[in-house]
Design a binder for this molecule. Structure first.
Ligand code: GGG
Length: 356
């Protein structure tokens, strides 16, 4: 198969982990006789530094022209601590999602058995957890009108959803539930928010089309609690942009670390695949970031955008083997991990390639 992949490492540890993700794609191409070509583009803080724009037109054009994008992360503490900054790295991320119509963000929360002890949650609560989140990605408070009034003393961000926006993400979640445990949990805050009441109304209206799927509606506050108390009760979860952002960071603790969670953003055109973690400037340049979320994002890319299931499974099996062989990056190591089994980013990539 011939495919063109755009590598967009972005900021901070995005650079370090995406380098490993790319090596894994190269090894897969070699092993399975595919011809993957690559190009690279800027986004986020590095793009602002180079061009003044967090998503240069050239990057967007390259994204549209590619078959899939392997993405890293965006963000820089300089902007986090400067609320008055007019141009911010995250604007590049949001614009990319809107321009490419990436309305569905799939976040599989799968616990590798070997990492049962890496989580602070009790193993008996965790074992067998396997959740697929659908986070809506191009609506909600992230994209509604925002601004200041009263001479800047008051700020607002409007959370807005149309029926169409809810329907298309809900349908994807129902379809996914049909291929899994046939249980769908829709998370909202319908007791308080009008946008959530519309959300619930739309999900309820679609449900009869999927009679085999058991649907439940849970308020986001209760969902946050249940995720930690009883993660196995969830199969597919569908929720709005902001709730999905927060709940999946929480859910990363089910998988042991943010460094283990991959995501796929799909919709109208090119799919974008990236770790759920951000740029993590506290560890940038130290070579200790966990590259497995980027590697697992590459696996999602092969499966979802190219339909290469065997190749995708080969990557997941290699990650599994790496963990079974006792290797850990710092974030998933525990007191029982021998020092010689704790790997830096590059070494984790090398050990993984050996297992591919
Ligand atoms: N790879 C994920 C990433 O870069 N996250 C940084 C960020 O700003 N995330 C906000 C969001 O996902 O909406």
């Amino acid at each position: 198969m011939k495919k063109h992949i755009l590598i967009v490492p972005g900021d901070g540890i995005g650079q370090e982990v995406t380098a490993v993700g790319k090596k894994v794609l190269e090894r897969i191409a070699e092993k399975f006789n595919h011809e993957f070509t690559y190009d690279e583009a800027l986004i986020g803080h590095v793009a602002i530094e180079a061009t003044g724009n967090p998503l240069p037109d050239e990057t967007l054009e390259k994204m549209r022209a590619s078959d899939a994008v392997l993405f890293g992360a965006v963000g820089h503490p300089k902007y986090d601590n400067d609320p008055s900054a007019k141009v911010r790295p995250e604007q590049g991320l949001l614009k990319m999602r809107k321009e490419l119509g990436l309305y569905a963000n799939l976040r599989p929360i799968k616990l590798f058995d070997e990492l049962l002890s890496a989580s602070s949650i009790k193993p008996e609560i965790l074992k067998g957890s396997d959740i697929l989140f659908f986070r809506e990605l191009t609506g909600d408070i992230y994209f509604g009108e925002k601004g200041r009034k009263n001479d800047g003393d008051t700020a607002y961000d409007i959370a807005e959803y149309s029926k169409y926006e809810v329907e298309r993400i809900a349908r994807r979640a129902f379809e996914a539930a049909m291929t899994r445990g046939k249980r769908l949990c829709s998370v909202d805050k319908a007791n308080v928010l009008e946008s959530s009441r519309l959300w619930r109304e739309v999900v309820q209206a679609i449900a009869p089309e999927y009679p085999e799927v058991t649907v439940e509606h849970i308020f986001v506050d209760a969902a946050a609690m249940m995720l930690i108390k009883d993660p196995k009760r969830f199969d597919v979860v569908v929720t709005a942009n902001l709730f999905g952002d927060i709940l999946t960071d929480e859910a990363s603790q089910i998988a042991g670390s943010m460094g283990m969670l991959a995501s796929a953003s799909v919709g109208d055109s090119t799919g974008v695949y990236e770790p759920i973690h951000g740029s993590a400037h506290d560890i940038t340049g130290k070579g200790v970031a966990n590259p497995l979320a980027s590697v697992l994002s590459a696996a999602l890319l092969l499966d979802i955008s190219f339909g290469l299931k065997d190749e995708s499974n080969a990557i997941i099996a290699a990650v599994d083997q790496l963990l079974k062989d006792g290797f850990r990056t710092r974030d998933i190591a525990d007191a029982n991990t021998p020092a010689d089994k704790i790997l830096n980013t590059e070494a984790a990539g090398e050990e993984l390639l050996k297992r591919l």
